[in-house]
Design a protein around this ligand. Structure first.
Ligand code: TXA
Ligand code: MG
Length: 319
């Protein structure tokens, strides 16, 4: 049975984690499914609950940047500079791993991904647990990440020990993942901390491109991701969709949709922040409504737009 907890029951959430259980909780990006990163069987329970391939490493959540040397070594100066500016917040650092994190959590890699969430509920749970907490996004593997506790229930009810039922998450897309474990600092996954913001602190940071993906050691990038059951198609304008529409086509984007034929469901976002915040929840609503095709408007690939386009492309892959 999966316990429902209120955000003010963070001590109870922490107790379950300390006893080796799994707890879904909110972060500023998406809901995470947490377990003690020093406990091999707790970590295994995450992979089982999500149906996650065991070669896909988890992100470890810590309460404070001061703790980083307990879990990583060879932390470069640039990591401290970036932590000073962006932490706590939606930025994940990939660094050489110490043995204190169990190998299952990092899928046997010699690096570990660490982040310091800014969400008050996540922070309270981390403080009360006093442990490094591994937490992938709280969805079944391959599905859109959960941005509401109801989405967590949809995917993981009966499969985890507890779900902390808090508000919908603020950002709606997962954290920026930055690899600082090799000579070239590289963004492996775009998120709310943008490439432009990072380059203002360290101009040498580059973006992973499809060309260098083969040489990048981040298994998660190669797995199926973010996919609703509906087919996802990308468009420059909602007009393009009406051409090949079925009876159940949905649309999400920045432009209005006063077009023929009417969409079964549509969401016009005021700006790219709202687009990011709404995207995964919209995918899930479309699945509930049995939508066959979801048309998603492309956005300019700068700032947060890069993260949106990355998720859109991967949702559209072979669906
Ligand atoms: O915002 C987020 O990051 C959310 C919340 C819950 O914190 N978590 C999240 O976790 O998105 P997950 O497991 O869904 O995505 C983790 C990503 C994957 O692409 C994984 O391959 C990559 O981080 N990753 C983890 N450890 C890594 C490592 N040692 N080296 C390279 N990539 C790594
Ligand atoms: Mg995920």
């Amino acid at each position: 049975m999966t316990l429902r907890l209120d955000p003010d029951q963070f001590f109870q959430a922490a107790d379950i984690l300390k006893r080796g259980g799994t707890v879904a909780f909110p972060t500023e990006t998406v809901y995470g499914l947490g377990a003690d990163a020093t406990n091999a069987s707790a970590i295994e329970a995450i992979f089982t609950a999500k149906g996650r391939p065991s070669d896909n490493p988890l992100i470890i959540h810590l309460q404070h940047p001061d703790q980083i040397l307990d879990y990583c070594h060879n932390v470069p100066r640039i990591a401290y500079q970036l932590m000073e500016v962006f932490c706590p917040g939606p930025l994940t650092f990939v660094l050489p791993k110490k043995a204190s994190i169990v190998d299952g959590a990092t899928a046997g890699m010699n690096t570990v991904a660490i982040r310091f969430p800014s969400h008050p509920t996540a922070q309270k749970i981390l403080e009360a647990a006093g442990l490094p907490i591994a937490a992938p996004s709280a969805n079944r593997s391959g599905r859109p990440s959960a941005t509401t506790w109801q989405a967590v229930v949809e995917d993981l009810d009966g499969r985890v020990d507890a779900i902390v039922c808090d508000l919908p998450t603020d950002i709606g897309l997962e954290s920026t993942v930055l690899d600082l474990s090799s000579t070239t600092p590289m963004v492996l996954r775009c998120g709310a901390i943008t490439l432009e913001q990072l380059q203002r602190v360290e101009p040498a940071i580059i973006l992973r491109s499809d060309a260098n993906l083969a040489s990048v050691n981040s298994p998660g990038l190669r797995h199926r991701h973010y996919q609703p059951r509906a087919k996802v198609v990308l468009c420059d304008s909602p007009n393009q969709l009406s051409l090949n529409s079925t009876n159940s086509i949905a649309y999400i984007g920045l432009d209005p949709t006063d077009l023929q034929p009417p969409f079964s469901m549509s969401k016009q976002c005021q700006d790219i922040d709202e687009y990011a915040r709404s995207l995964f929840d919209f995918f899930r609503q479309c699945d509930v409504a049995n939508i066959e095709t979801i048309g998603c408007q492309r956005v300019e690939e700068i700032g947060l737009g890069r993260a949106i386009m990355d998720r859109l492309r991967r949702a559209a892959e072979s669906s």
